[in-house]
Design a protein around this ligand. Structure first.
Ligand code: DSN
Length: 404
C-alpha cells in the first residue's frame, strides 16, 4: 500500500543479500523472530508487569511476557530477568539506578579501549549522572590490565564495577572482576551485549553465575529482535523492575518481547551451540588471515566474534578503510582503538566480526577468501581496478549464501 516504503525495504533486502555484513554487532534473525516483531502485538499497551498491568485486555500479553521470562530464566540460568528494555542501552541505566545513588562512583572500561557509550562516556547521560572512572587495556598487549583495574578500584572505591564492552576481542576474566569488586565492596555488572550468544553457546565464560547484574541487547550474537534484557540476583529484582518501568520506560514493546521469547527458544536448540562455535572458529581464521596479510590486530587476535584492526596513528584511517571496503560490499565499521589519537568520525581502526556471515552458513574457507580480499583492498584502497575486481567476487560469493 505504500510503494515508497515498500521499495526501500526491498532495496535493503537486496543489499543484505549482496553484501557481506561484517559489523560484529549485527546479525540476521529468523523469519519467526521477524514475524513476531511484525505481529498484532504491536497494537497493545501493557504498562506494568504480568498480572500487574495498568490497562485491561492483557490476558494474552501476560502469557506471552511470562513465557519470555520463563524461557529467558532457563536459557541463562537466571534468578530474575526483565525482558522489557527497548534496547541494549536502557538496561545499563536501570542497573546504575538500582545499584547506586546519583553522583556515585562507577568503574568501567574506557570507550576507546573497548567500552561503551553508556559506560560513562562524557557525551552520554551516564557520564553526567554518575562519577565514572575508567580502566583500560595495556597498550602493549591490548589486554585488560587487571592490576590497574584493582588499583583504580582501591583508590576510588566505586559502588559498581562494569565489565564488558563493544570492541574488546578477548575473553574477560569475570572471576577476577568479582574478586576486585568484593575486595572494594562494589557490586558487579557485566554488559554481555556483544557476546551473549557466545555465552549461551558455551564458547565464552558465563557471567551470570558471578555477577550481581548482567545486561544485554538481544540482537547481536544472540540473534533475536532489536531490544534488551536485564538479569540479576533475586535480591535486586524489585529495584531493577521499578527502574525499567516506571523509572525509565513507558509501555513495553510486547511484539518485541514475543520475538525475544522466540529467540530464547531458538537459542535452546542444539543448532545454536554449533552456530556459536562456528562464529569463534570463523573469527580465529579470519584474524589469522588478516595478520598473515600484514595487518595489526588489537591484542594480536581474537577469542570471540570480533576483531579490531589497528592501523596506527600514521596509517590508514578507519574512515578510509571502511569506505573502501563498503565500495566492494564488505560492511565493517570504523572504530577507535586503544590509545586513539583521531576523532570518532575518522578513527585509526576498523571493527569487524563473523556472526552474520556464520548465520548465512559461511565457514573457514570463506573466511580465508574474505580475509584476503580485505587485505587486498586495504593495500590498494584507491585503486579502482582492484575495487572493481574484489567487488565482483564479493557479490558472487554473497549471493551463493542464503539470508534467513
Ligand atoms: N552499537 C553497538 C555496537 O555496534 O557495538 C553497541 O551499542
Amino acid at each position: 500500500m505504500d510503494k515508497e516504503v515498500f521499495d526501500l525495504i526491498a532495496k535493503e533486502e537486496t543489499r543484505q543479500k549482496e553484501q557481506l555484513e561484517m559489523i560484529p554487532s549485527e546479525n540476521y534473525v529468523s523469519p519467526a523472530v521477524r514475524e513476531a516483531t511484525g505481529s498484532v502485538l504491536t497494537n497493545k499497551y501493557a504498562e506494568g508487569y504480568p498480572q500487574k498491568r495498568y490497562y485491561s485486555g492483557n490476558m494474552v500479553i501476560d502469557s506471552l511476557e511470562t513465557l519470555a521470562i520463563e524461557r529467558g530464566k532457563k536459557l541463562f540460568g537466571a534468578e530474575h530477568i526483565n525482558v522489557q528494555p527497548y534496547s541494549g542501552s536502557n538496561p545499563n541505566f536501570a542497573v546504575y539506578l538500582a545499584a547506586c545513588e546519583l553522583g556515585d562512583t562507577i568503574l568501567a572500561m574506557e570507550l576507546t579501549h573497548g567500552g561503551h557509550l553508556t559506560h560513562g562516556s562524557s557525551v552520554n547521560l551516564s557520564g553526567k549522572m554518575f562519577k565514572f572512572v575508567h580502566y583500560g587495556v595495556d597498550l602493549a598487549t591490548g589486554l585488560i590490565d587487571y592490576e590497574s583495574v584493582y588499583r583504580i578500584a582501591k583508590e576510588h572505591k566505586p559502588k559498581l564495577i562494569v565489565a564488558g564492552g563493544s570492541a574488546y576481542p578477548r575473553i574477560i576474566d569475570f572471576g577476577r572482576f568479582r574478586e576486585i569488586a568484593d575486595e572494594v565492596g562494589a557490586k558487579l555488572l557485566v554488559d554481555m551485549a556483544h557476546f551473549a550468544g557466545l555465552v549461551v553457546g558455551k564458547v565464552y565464560p558465563d557471567p551470570v553465575v558471578v555477577a550481581d547484574f548482567v545486561t544485554s541487547s538481544t540482537h547481536k550474537t544472540l540473534r533475536g529482535p532489536r531490544g534488551g534484557l536485564i538479569i540479576c540476583k533475586s535480591a535486586y529484582a524489585k529495584d531493577v523492575d521499578r527502574w525499567v518501568f516506571p523509572g525509565l520506560q513507558g509501555g513495553p514493546l510486547e511484539h518485541v518481547i514475543a520475538a525475544k521469547a522466540v529467540c530464547f527458544g531458538e537459542a535452546m536448540h542444539p543448532d545454536f551451540k554449533s552456530y556459536a562455535e562456528q562464529i569463534v572458529r570463523n573469527a580465529k581464521v579470519l584474524a589469522e588471515t588478516l595478520s598473515k596479510g600484514g595487518l595489526k590486530l588489537s591484542s594480536g587476535g581474537t577469542d570471540s566474534h570480533l576483531i579490531l584492526i589497528d592501523f596506527g596513528r600514521d596509517g590508514l584511517t578507519g574512515k578510509e578503510a571502511s569506505d573502501a571496503l563498503e565500495k566492494v560490499g564488505i560492511i565493517v565499521n570504523k572504530n577507535t582503538v586503544p590509545g586513539e589519537t583521531r576523532s570518532p568520525f575518522i578513527t585509526s581502526g576498523i571493527r569487524l566480526g563473523t556472526p552474520a556471515l556464520t548465520t548465512r552458513g559461511m565457514t573457514e574457507k570463506e573466511m580465508v577468501l574474505i580475509g584476503n580480499w580485505i587485505v587486498e583492498v586495504l593495500a590498494a584502497h584507491l585503486d579502482e581496478t582492484v575495487l572493481t575486481k574484489v567487488g565482483k567476487a564479493v557479490k558472487e560469493l554473497s549471493t551463493k549464501f542464503m539470508v534467513p
